[in-house]
Design a protein. Structure first.
Length: 108
């Protein structure tokens, strides 16, 4: 099982199957990060900094694609609102995000 850290709850191409998404609070997100290890796919330095401050663990900024497999899990840090025309650099804090656990249960 691989554990991912994601900016959004987008299901990767080619990953048809059964998924479960459960909203969690920031304290659960902190514990999830502390359990480690995880593969960061957080694409914005501001988000990585918030997560580092939340849990006291390093969070890499990495915009690489990921391919989840059945059994994999992700902590999703999803912005609660849509930002038009920006490519990052937005000043945010934890209250701007919803956290969730995304589990890939099985493929079709």
């Amino acid at each position: 099982m691989t554990r991912y850290l994601l900016n959004s709850a987008v299901i990767p191409a080619g990953a048809a199957g059964t998924w479960r998404y459960m909203v969690v609070d920031p304290s659960f997100a902190r514990l999830w990060l502390l359990v480690g290890p995880f593969v960061s796919r957080i694409g914005y330095p501001e988000n990585a900094r918030l997560l580092q401050d939340l849990a006291g663990v390093p969070v890499a900024v990495d915009r690489s694609e990921h391919a989840m497999r059945p059994g994999d899990q992700a902590l999703v840090m999803r912005l609660r609102y849509r930002v038009e025309g920006l490519k990052g650099g937005l000043k945010v804090d934890l209250a701007d995000f919803e956290f969730g656990i995304l589990d890939y249960l099985r493929s079709n």
